[in-house]
Design a protein around this ligand. Structure first.
Ligand code: SF4
Length: 120
């Protein structure tokens, strides 16, 4: 962002969904509209290095028609979400699977993909 430029965004850290206004100043980003400090942190991260936790499902190759829900155990770069979904669409796992099992380690070196459900 250039100095003087303002961006509007909605904080997604809680259901309040505060409308944030972030203006770049000579001293860094100035954020208003946040009800708590998490909003300012969110605006800074979103405008410099946006990340998201990815959630999806993976096919269970030894259980006909079964899928297991999975998610990353930490945020990954927002710009890599599409590539991650494409990559994971080709990944399958074998049952049994327990919640918390790492089913795809080190996705782009940013986070592990872990099961969030059980398949016996
Ligand atoms: S600024 Fe604070 S209160 Fe507002 S949405 Fe974000 S986390 Fe929730």
């Amino acid at each position: 962002m250039k100095i003087g430029e303002t961006k509007e965004l909605i904080c997604i850290n809680c259901p309040m969904g505060c409308m944030l206004s972030a203006t770049m100043t000579e001293n860094g980003l100035s954020v208003t509209g946040n009800t708590c400090p998490r909003g300012e942190k969110y605006a800074n991260e979103e405008l410099t290095h946006p990340t998201r936790t990815l959630t999806t499902t993976l096919r269970v190759d030894n259980r006909e028609g079964k899928y297991v829900p999975v998610k990353t155990n930490g945020p990954i770069s927002k710009e890599k979400l599409f590539e991650a979904m494409k990559l994971l669409s080709k990944v399958s796992v074998s049952a049994p699977i327990k919640t918390g099992t790492v089913v795809y380690p080190s996705l782009f070196g940013e986070a592990d993909v872990v099961a969030t459900g059980n398949v016996d």
